[in-house]
Every structure is written in C-alpha cells, then in structure tokens.
Design a protein around this ligand. Structure first.
Ligand SMILES: Nc1nc2c(c(=O)[nH]1)N[C@H]1C(S)=C(S)[C@@H](COP(=O)(O)O)O[C@H]1N2
Ligand SMILES: [Mo]
Length: 301
C-alpha cells in the first residue's frame, strides 16, 4: 500500500527497545525515508523526540474497563481474551460483516509510526506504534456516499473487566470521528508497540490512534466500526459534555474547565522535570489544520 505520510520523528539509537523491533513488519521504504533523518519537509529539529520506554508505555495506562488507577490496566488486563477476535464493520458500507482479526491483518500493511500522545489530563508520551491506516480498513469495507462519520465500540465483557462494575462511564466505551478525520493518513489502527503485539492494557488486539486529539479519542480493543450519517455519541462527551467535546483536538489555547491545557508533564521526565509547552494539534498542525478551516475551535472543542 502506498504511503501518504512519513514519520517526522526519529528514534534515538541508544534506546534499548530498538533491539525488539521486528524489522520484517516495517516497510523498507518507510524506514529508509524516515529513520535516517527524514525528508526535508518532515525533518524538524524539535521533532526528533525519543520514544518512551516499553515499561513506561505499558505500565501507566488509562483503560477504565480495568479500573481507574493508572496501574490497574497493567495489573488486570491480562485476563482479557483477545483470541479469537473479530471486528464488525457495518452501517453505510458496501461489504458489511464480521471480519476476523487475522483476515484484516493479512490484508493490511503494517508500518511503524512514532507519534506524540497527549492525554486530556495533561501528561504526554511518545509511542512507537505499529499498525495500519484506518483509511485502508475503510476501503476494505467500501464506504458508501452518504457516510459522514465513523463510530467505534470497545469490547464489553464484564467477566474479564473488573472496572466496568464501578466506573462513571456508560459501557461499552464508544468513540467517533468525522469521516475526513478517519481517512486522514495520520489516523492509525495500532496493532503493536516496539514491534511486539500491542499489550492488553494498551488496547489489544487493535485500537485507534489519532495523534492530534486527546488520548481518550484513541479507543481500545475495538469490536465494531459503524459508518453513519450523523455524529455518533462518544463516552466522555456523554459523561460530561461541558468538559469533553466531540472533536477534542489538542489545543493549548482552549483550557479544560478544571485545568490549563497550555503545558504537559512528560511521562518518564522525572519528578523535577519542567513541564513542556503543549503544541497546537499536538504538533501535527501542518498536517491537520485544514480539516478545521473556518471552525471556531473553542466552540467545537
Ligand atoms: N475502551 C477504552 N479506550 C480508551 C480508554 C478507556 O478507558 N477505555 N481510555 C482512553 C484514554 S483517557 C487514554 S489517555 C488512552 C490511553 O492509552 P494508553 O493506556 O495506551 O496510553 O486510551 C483511551 N482509550
Ligand atoms: Mo486520557
């Protein structure tokens, strides 16, 4: 599959996790074009960020189905059965159906994407994901003309999810994107981290990653994708519409009602590290600003 976007970050050679990367999963063209410094348009000095460690990425998580503590998912999510797994793709598509995870994987091209990840709680990481573009999966199902949004749903299996009995959210966890956001080349369906299968606490076996939006848009362990005409409901918006909008684009100028979004705490930065400024669209402004032309981003937050 052709690449419509190239990484703008490089991995520090010294990162120990480098050894775990499964080179066979990474396309030679992408690797050659980006890991050696990048193409001129994408090579920005401030973007040469180092990914967080495997340990950091897999032990500090939000996955409320397993509890609201940051260490609950790593503790409880190994109970989750992820094989077999299938994703129902329905709504306004030409080929609706239940797609087996393995059949999806055999059709998709897995690449590596090193993305900034910014939680609405004002912490951040850098994650080297493996995955495929959501646009390719949508093409597999064939999006029909009337479709304008994409709705996503997480597995709901209370017997394996100790958090669902106790939390503030309605289950199953649901999310949504406008179709043009869903088709954007940055929008990834992640199936791995550091070349290994994605751990349960990070959303196995496949989760959404939308790097210019707050982390809660990146819905985990997806079992249903529905193409719709109308804007779909989203879990955090249902829970607190004043605090969480449908768009939820990272924006340092639009504060959360209870805290500033101007800066962020880097996970792994150490107890006394300085907060760093949050970037517009989490640093992906050049790539995505056009999607929101003419919109008031403080109204459509
Ligand atoms: N199903 C589901 N998806 C979810 C969440 C959740 O609680 N349940 N939490 C979201 C939030 S708030 C964030 S910040 C990210 C965290 O992803 P990570 O744990 O892989 O860093 O997952 C998002 N996806
Ligand atoms: Mo989050």
């Amino acid at each position: 599959m052709a690449h419509r976007w190239t990484n703008d970050m490089t991995r520090a050679d010294a990162t120990p996790e480098r050894m775990f990367l499964n080179r066979r999963q990474i396309i030679a063209g992408l690797a050659a074009g980006t890991m050696l410094g990048g193409l001129p348009g994408n090579a920005r000095a401030q973007d040469a960020l180092e990914p967080n460690s495997w340990e950091e990425i897999t032990s500090y998580n939000n996955y409320y189905e397993f509890g609201t503590g940051k260490d609950d998912p790593a503790r409880y999510a190994d109970q989750l059965t992820t094989e077999p797994w299938s994703v129902t793709i329905d709504g306004l598509v030409d080929r609706p159906g239940e797609y087996a995870f393995q059949d999806i994987m055999s059709e998709m091209t897995i690449e590596e994407r090193i993305y900034r990840f910014r939680c609405v709680e004002a912490w951040s990481m850098v994650v080297p994901w493996n995955g495929f573009e959501l646009a390719d999966l949508l093409d597999m199902a064939g999006v029909q003309d009337g479709a304008r949004y994409v709705a996503f749903e997480t597995l709901l299996r209370p017997s394996e999810m100790p958090g669902v009995a106790r939390s503030v959210l309605d289950w199953p966890y649901v999310e949504g994107l406008r179709l043009d956001e869903a088709r954007h080349p940055l929008t990834l369906m992640a199936t791995g981290i550091y070349g290994r299968p994605i751990p349960n606490q990070n959303g196995a076996p496949l989760r959404l990653v939308v790097p210019w939006k707050y982390g809660f848009k990146s819905i985990k362990s997806i079992v249903r994708i529905t193409l719709t005409e109308d804007e779909p409901p989203t879990s955090w918006n249902k829970a607190n519409p004043r605090e969480y909008g449908f768009y939820s684009n990272v924006n340092p100028d639009v504060d959360h009602p209870r805290w500033s979004q101007a800066t962020e705490r880097e996970i792994g930065g150490g107890l006394f590290s300085k907060r760093k400024p949050t970037l517009m669209f989490n640093g992906y402004e050049d790539e995505v600003a056009a999607l929101y032309e003419g919109m008031d981003l403080s109204v459509n937050f």
